[in-house]
Design a protein around this ligand. Structure first.
Ligand SMILES: Nc1ncnc2c1ncn2[C@@H]1O[C@H](COP(=O)(O)OP(=O)(O)OP(=O)(O)O)[C@@H](O)[C@H]1O
Length: 719
């Protein structure tokens, strides 16, 4: 068969094309060699721009997600009692490294480092100085390492010993730097904690925020855990993170620059790309540790809360023999916590395995390849002569590379720490957010299922007006529980000084709630309230609050001994008060009672505690006193002394009580029926007592009629 005429032409053209391609490649290589530095810089700049672009995309993505979340939030706001913009989902905030995290972290950072001229800034600056020092020392040590091995390979004993001496000398600043770093980290953590706790305490204990968090809002379940534990963990993580991030970033930058000088930028860029790729993969496979940590802290808080409740109510529980029921509750809380911790441990195990393999071994192998570059590839501008020089360069590069890969590894590991920090940041900032909301009058609480949620949410959004005056006057004020239950739609009554008011009605009708409004604990949702300033109204509950401290402190609470002195009240005056209430014997039973601290709520009986609370009232002598079932545990004689003395002191009394014996001390009565209605009228105690007696007798007789009828039927049946 004759050869095809086209075949030699094709072969020739392929060969020619191959030659041309090789020539282009050669020319390109020459251009690259001549402009190697410029091209390297261009690659670095491109990489940097790509990084910036990626960050911007992440932020844009997050904005989209935020908009979608806002829509969801608007839909959800209907079912909660939040007053305006519905932040009720605070506790469900997603814990992730997103814009929200950086915003919250920025806010917390401004609290923990409030300015340039603070001790925290000084510590951060000197911490940074020591971080740079340590990296520079490590670089020096890497070079010395290489020189020692070189001297060893050359068999130069003198040089070897000299290098060892220098090694020992450099160890002094190196170890000092390490200790300083550890000290700075602990000190920074402590300072962050102090700043944050002070800030939170300031807010928590002002404007009745602590009350709002526990009674009017259900977003924060255990503020104690947040303040005592989570703030500490946040501070530790933040302080650790600075060295865990700043040091590796610094190490990586310095080592990479030094390495790229020694082994060429190409290898470093290539390796960086590979590392970035594997890092992306690892990140995608990293579980949401931040959310795990936040959940763990929440479960931890709930478990602690259950124990606290057991301690607080130990007596009641013991008398009910409720230990088994309490154990069930505790076990349930505990096992939920343990299950979660186990789950995290498992996730950490798999993640640690993968992370270790990639960071230590894959990257390690890549590093060795990189260090061998000067040996196998001749890069322009590099002169490597002897075996000793080669070994020195390899040892130094390897050491630097180990430093760089260790730094990168730490950066990768710190991703987990950053996620944990995100968890604590989310918890602490949600506390700050809720405190801000409460101070601004925004509450979030699940509405009662029985109520018409939408209508009640609208009522809860409304606000009445409050004026300061000498007397008390309510005009069309609704009494609404924080759950949205309307107890009384519109209450109107007025009380002048000297008018003593008795409030009666069935359980849960809103008697105490009226006083919560008067005391400023609950918001006024409508109408107008005229009332004296807060300090002119004193409240005594059924179970008085006794602080831990001396007996003097119990009587003058919440005044301090210095305030007592400023008011020119002496211990003898307090003794007189105790005498009126037949409490003077306490000074005999507890001889050092004025100065010795005790848990008075544990050592005094219920009745004695109520008398101490009355002593408090006599010490403060307010214009008005709210007495909420506060004589339920004392005898009628003591009750008489209490009421007579209070009236003699010019205190206007507002009493909640079911006791008839108290009627005679009051001039007005506010009577709730438990169905939202009420009657406010003058109280003629004698007449009312007569009427009540008569009513009771008739009721008794009426109760007897069916009983007689039943007996007659029985007798008739027996015939
Ligand atoms: N912090 C709160 N959160 C939600 N609901 C509350 C809160 N405090 C009280 N309530 C509800 O408000 C209603 C009225 O309570 P309040 O304490 O005023 O009753 P009361 O008339 O004083 O009853 P009692 O005679 O039993 O003391 C009750 O249904 C109660 O459950």
């Amino acid at each position: 068969m004759a050869p095809s005429p086209s075949k030699p032409i094709a072969l020739g053209s392929i060969a020619a094309r191959g030659r041309a391609f090789r020539q282009v490649l050669l020319r390109l290589t020459l251009v690259y060699m001549r402009n190697r530095k410029r091209i390297s810089y261009a690659v670095y700049v491109t990489l940097f721009l790509a990084l910036v672009h990626r960050i911007r995309n992440t932020i844009a993505d997050h904005k989209g997600a935020q908009a979608r979340e806002a829509e969801k939030r608007a839909a959800k706001a209907k079912t909660t009692a939040i007053s305006d913009d519905g932040e009720a989902e605070g506790k469900q905030k997603k814990v992730a490294l997103n814009r929200e995290f950086f915003r919250s972290l920025g806010h917390l950072l401004r609290i923990v480092v409030p300015g340039w001229k603070t001790r925290e800034t000084q510590f951060l600056v000197s911490h940074s100085f020591f971080l740079v020092m340590r990296t520079l020392i490590s670089l020096k040590v890497a070079a010395m390492d290489g020189a020692i091995v070189k001297a060893l390979i050359k068999g130069n004993g003198r040089e070897f010993l000299k290098r060892i001496m220098w090694w020992m000398i450099i160890a002094v600043p190196a170890t000092f730097t390490n200790s300083m770093l550890a000290y700075h980290q602990s000190e920074l953590s402590l300072r962050y904690r102090i700043r944050l706790t002070e800030y939170i305490h300031e807010k928590y204990l002002s404007k009745l925020t602590f009350y709002g968090i526990s009674a009017l809002d259900d977003r924060i379940k255990n503020a104690d855990q947040l303040i005592a534990v989570d703030v500490t963990k946040f501070s530790n993580h933040l302080a650790e993170l600075y060295s865990n991030l700043a040091k590796p970033v610094l190490d990586m930058t310095i080592y990479t620059i030094s390495l790229s000088r020694a082994v060429g930028g190409e290898g470093v860029v290539f390796m960086a790309l590979l590392v970035q790729l594997s890092a992306n993969l690892m990140r995608a496979l990293t579980p949401p540790f931040g959310k795990y940590v936040a959940d763990e802290a929440k479960l931890e808080g709930e478990f602690r809360f259950q124990h606290t409740r057991l301690i607080d109510h130990s007596e009641e529980i013991a008398l009910y023999a409720g230990h088994e029921a309490e154990k069930d509750t505790l076990d349930k809380g505990y096992f939920t916590l343990i299950k979660h911790i186990n789950f995290i441990l498992q996730r950490r195990f798999y993640h640690g395995f993968m992370e270790d393999y990639v960071v230590k071994y894959i990257w390690g192998a890549l590093g060795l390849v990189l260090c061998s570059m000067p040996v196998f590839v001749k890069l322009p501008g590099q002169v490597i002569s002897s075996m000793g020089d080669r070994t020195e360069s390899f040892v130094t590069n390897r050491r630097m590379l180990l430093g760089a890969s260790d730094a990168f590894g730490r950066l990768m590991f710190s991703y987990k720490e950053v996620m944990e920090l995100a968890g604590y940041t989310s918890r602490v900032s949600s506390l700050l957010q809720v405190m801000d909301d409460i101070q601004a009058g925004k509450f979030s609480k699940k509405l009662v299922s029985s109520s018409d949620t939408e209508a009640n949410a609208a009522v809860l959004k409304g606000r009445g007006e409050v004026f300061t005056s000498k007397d008390i006057k309510f005009t069309d004020v609704p009494i609404i529980s924080p759950n949205g239950d309307v107890l009384v739609p519109a209450l109107s009554f007025s009380l002048s000084q000297g008018d003593h008011l008795l409030v009666v009605g069935p359980n849960g009708c809103g008697k105490s709630s009226l006083f919560r409004i008067l005391g400023g604990l609950w918001p006024v949702y409508g109408g107008t309230v005229h009332k004296p300033p807060f300090h002119e109204i004193f409240y005594i509950p059924q179970r008085p609050y006794l602080s831990s401290g001396t007996l003097r402190q119990q009587i003058i609470y919440p005044d301090s001994p210095s305030t007592m002195q400023a008011k020119h009240v002496t211990d003898d005056d307090l003794r007189d008060i105790l005498r009126i209430l037949s409490l003077e014997h306490l000074l005999d039973v507890y001889p050092d009672a004025w100065n010795a601290e005790a848990e008075w709520k544990d050592v005094l009986s219920g009745g004695l505690q109520q008398r101490i609370a009355m002593a408090r009232l006599f010490y403060h002598r307010p214009r008005y006193a709210i007495l909420d079932e506060c004589t339920s545990s004392v005898t009628l004689d003591t009750e008489k002394v209490m009421y007579d003395t209070a009236k003699d002191l010019g205190i206007t009394l507002m009493t909640v009580s079911h006791r008839r014996s108290l009627w005679k001390y009051h001039t007005h009565i506010l009577q709730f029926d438990g169905q939202g209605h009420y009657v406010f009228s003058k109280l003629d105690a004698d007449r009312r007592m007569k009427l009540e007696d008569e009513k009771e007798e008739l009721e008794l007789q009426l109760r007897g009629v069916p009983e007689i009828e039943r007996r007659i039927r029985e007798l008739t049946g027996a015939e």
